[in-house]
Design a binder for this molecule. Structure first.
Ligand code: GDD
Ligand code: MN
Length: 367
């Protein structure tokens, strides 16, 4: 039985395939890992298949699946998952963009209890070499969208990751396009994850197969995962929705505190503006306490930052939210003559989204 399976999707990689297999194999040997190398090929028209078959006759841990239908990178990786014969899968590109040297570390992190280990280009220590501006912009956009669903993950569309078999074995992966990791995050069953930085080095040989269609497929995938999460409450995206929901309830409680306190202070004869100031300040404090103890109780920030840091951040973000709310309401009413109640409703909504996203990311996000 193998310790792990290294899955390499390929399409016309005759110049790279032997190098990547040799490198992966050397890394495995050096770390005393008994690993299977599984190439999943989409019926390449060059010598990729022949070369791997030749390799197979020398190294029995090297295998290839040749697919004849449903061409695609993500589909190939998903098929690799169903054929791999170990409990830990690592996915890596054939074009040497991902460093095989990190494989043992990823393996160890899985053994240490993580369900998912992601090679990240966007965390400290990671990076991208030799990418044209267009590629960078597309990637940043894709990452941003992905982070809406998985805010703690810096690189949700990385092509380099390790995953436990049980995370994906029952997942209805229906991937199209390039973003198999996003599909695993969205539909797999997982709790603990870890990211490891790496520097992505663009291929020296051959060209990327990324096309415009990839972008539209990606947008559809994000929508699909969002819907999926509504009906599958063990999914990670649903955990995120629960936080949004709780954050909303806490916000409502803040309105009650705000209005109630204002009423009390006014009745006590305190002047209007001073009463209002305290009503707002205490309402924000109320929201902070409930969000810290309830909405984000499992946030790792609660162990790594002091409560005063989080409180200060929360007040700052809330002030930003109030300015946004005010600006939108005033702007829409003054500029396009919108009814103030309608424009304020929009302002509240945008302010809420701002408050949630920024606090989620900074006040209670992962460091
Ligand atoms: N089986 C199969 N079928 N393999 C494919 C296909 C396909 O249709 N298209 C590409 N591959 C293989 C390539 O042979 C290579 O090993 C790997 O998948 C990545 O393909 P590239 O074309 O080099 O992708 P990229 O460098 O543009 O994109 C990489 O980075 C992205 C993040 O920016 C990949 O790792 C993506 O998965 C990743 O999202
Ligand atoms: Mn590449």
């Amino acid at each position: 039985m193998y310790d792990l399976s290294v899955i390499i999707p390929t399409f016309n990689e005759e110049e790279n395939i032997l190098n990547i297999i040799e490198e992966v194999d050397a890394v495995l040997k050096k770390s005393n890992l008994n690993g299977e190398i599984l190439v999943v090929d989409d019926n390449s028209q060059d010598r990729t298949i022949t070369l791997v078959r030749e390799m197979h006759s020398k190294k029995e841990n090297v295998n290839i699946i040749v697919r004849l239908a449903d061409h695609g990178l993500s589909q190939s990786v998903a098929e690799g998952f169903t054929h791999a014969s170990s409990q830990i899968f690592i996915v890596i590109d054939a074009d040497l963009s991902h460093p095989p040297a990190l494989i043992p570390k990823m393996y160890e992190e899985i053994r240490a209890g993580n369900d998912l280990v992601i090679g990240s280009r966007y965390m400290e220590g990671g990076g991208i070499r030799q990418w044209p501006l267009k590629r960078r912009l597309i990637s940043i956009g894709a990452t941003f969208l992905g982070r809406l669903l998985f805010p703690d993950i810096t690189d949700p569309v990385s092509g380099f990751f390790a995953v436990k078999k049980e995370v994906v074995v029952n997942a209805p992966l229906r991937p199209k396009g390039y973003k198999i990791l996003l599909e695993v995050l969205g539909k797999g069953t997982w709790e603990n994850d870890r990211e490891i930085p790496f520097e992505f080095v663009d291929r020296e040989i051959g060209s990327s197969k990324l096309k415009f269609r990839t972008i539209t497929e990606y947008a559809r995938q994000v929508v699909d995962i969002t819907f999926y999460s509504f009906f599958h409450h063990q999914s990670a995206a649903w955990r995120e929705w629960k936080k949004v929901f709780k954050f909303g309830i806490v916000g409502l409680s803040g309105i009650i505190v705000n209005l109630g306190l204002l009423q009390l202070l006014l009745m006590a004869g305190i002047s209007g503006y001073i009463s209002l100031f305290f009503a707002i300040a205490i309402a924000i404090l109320n929201n902070f306490i409930w969000n810290d103890l309830w909405t984000f109780r499992s946030s790792s920030q609660r162990r790594t930052t002091s409560i005063w840091q989080r409180l200060w951040l929360f007040y700052t973000v809330s002030a930003g939210g109030a300015i946004i709310n005010y600006g939108i309401a005033m702007g829409l009413t003054n500029l396009v003559g919108m009814n103030l109640l309608v424009s304020d409703t929009l302002g509240i909504l945008v302010g809420f989204i701002w408050n949630f996203l920024i606090n989620r990311r900074f006040t209670w996000g992962r460091r």
